[in-house]
Write a protein that binds this ligand. Structure first.
Ligand code: DTR
Ligand code: ZN
Ligand code: ZN
Length: 382
């Protein structure tokens, strides 16, 4: 699989090019007629309530000469956020998830006591920060064991307008073969710390941020699909965007940002995904950190359900079993021809399988982009 192309993509963010696209994103998700894509939209027919809205696939965005991004809030500029996350204890969450797996037979897979204990840990962390997490239960047929299995997502909301909801998602379950510390304890740790950081800074989000810890991703992306399928048409159009975090601390990894504008892979991510990508790129450029685009591959992670539903999507990834190219070594360091994560889906995906610097870089990016969208619209945007 060639999930991403390693192209250096430093870019100095442009002052004064900010808000038009983001404002359209917001207007789109509150429009009574449904989401309005940023590019000239094909006609969209919203069917009856029983089935999820079937949108026309977004037209591949044409390249824009002056990229629009979402401006940072003044008190949360990219370098400040990076510095703030460098001091946050992300590893403690990974150590806790490791202990949970150790006590539960070596994994945290959906439907097991390792998953239940992982969920309780996440819920405690969220409650201690003032959130009120809820479980969204669903069942699925476990083909290996030939049993109906019950599992759940965990959802926790900030204050802010529900008409412009930002879903920050990452899967909480591991495979049965290992503890899943990079895949996806790393994404979970970044989400918990973003939630805690937002609560601690006292920031008042204008738009609701919903932190979503998905179940059964490793079965077949089931939790995120269940969530999207459960949205009414109104809730669908009120979902401003999805940010996906799945594997963000690969030991031989890179800083991969999903190709929302289709400039690298020509994929048709829903209109608005370009703004998300550029906002992530601003964070990395401001911090002098190299990135490379990651392809949105169907069926690869929890962004899939959102994309199929026409919801703008973006996210971060640091690589799985693919091998590192010479160019990626130039950009990110590491070992040429080594797997980005040699312990992918293995028992050795433990706390030693983590690039801590990468974890902090990516968690800061999540914090920055989440808050940038949560604070829209900004009167002082220029
Ligand atoms: N679905 C992930 C691994 C994975 C493969 N490609 C991507 C791209 C973006 C994020 C994650 C992934 C897993 O959980 O195994
Ligand atoms: Zn996995
Ligand atoms: Zn994963």
């Amino acid at each position: 699989m060639n999930a991403f192309r390693s192209t250096r993509r430093y870019r100095i963010p442009m002052a004064g090019t900010i808000i038009a696209a983001a404002a359209l994103l917001m207007a789109a998700c509150s429009s009574p007629a449904g989401r309005v894509p940023l590019e000239a939209p094909p006609a969209v027919t919203i069917p009856a309530q029983e089935s999820p809205p079937q949108r026309q696939p977004a037209t591949p965005p044409v390249s824009t000469p002056a990229p629009e991004t979402v401006k940072p809030v003044p008190e949360a500029r990219a370098t400040q956020v990076h510095a703030a996350f460098a001091k946050r204890n992300l590893m403690k969450h990974l150590q806790a998830l490791q202990e949970i797996a150790d006590e539960a037979g070596g994994n945290r897979a959906s439907g097991t006591r390792g998953y239940e204990a992982s969920a309780r840990y996440v819920e405690e962390q969220l409650r201690a920060a003032g959130y009120k997490p809820v479980r969204q239960v669903f069942t699925y047929w476990d083909e290996d064991r030939e049993v109906d299995t019950e599992t759940f997502n965990i959802l926790a909301d900030t204050a802010g307008s529900a008409e412009h909801t930002i879903v920050v998602g990452g899967h909480l379950d591991s495979v049965r073969r290992g503890p899943g510390i990079n895949d996806n304890g790393s994404g979970v740790a970044a989400m918990i710390e973003t939630a805690r950081w937002m609560a601690e800074t006292g920031i008042q989000p204008k738009n609701r941020v919903r932190f979503a810890f998905w179940g059964a991703e490793e079965v077949d992306l089931l939790g995120s699909q269940h969530y999207v399928d459960s949205l009414s048409n109104k809730e669908n159009t009120e979902t401003m965007l999805n940010l996906n975090l799945d594997m963000v601390a690969s030991p031989n990894g890179g800083r991969f940002v999903h190709d929302g504008d289709g400039s690298s892979f020509g994929d048709a991510a829903p209109a608005g995904s370009d703004v998300i990508e550029r906002t992530f790129l601003d964070y990395f450029a401001e911090n002098g950190l190299a990135t490379a685009p990651a392809e949105f591959e169907k069926g690869d992670s929890d962004y899939d359900a959102f994309m199929k539903a026409g919801i703008p999507t973006g996210g971060l990834f640091t690589g799985d079993e693919d091998e590192k190219t010479a160019q990626q070594v130039e950009e990110f360091g590491g070992t040429e021809n080594g797997e980005h994560d040699p312990c992918y889906h293995r028992a050795c995906d433990d706390t030693s399988n983590i690039d801590r610097q990468l974890l902090h870089d990516m968690a800061g990016a999540l914090g920055y982009v989440t808050v940038a969208f949560a604070m829209l619209p900004r009167a002082d945007s220029e």
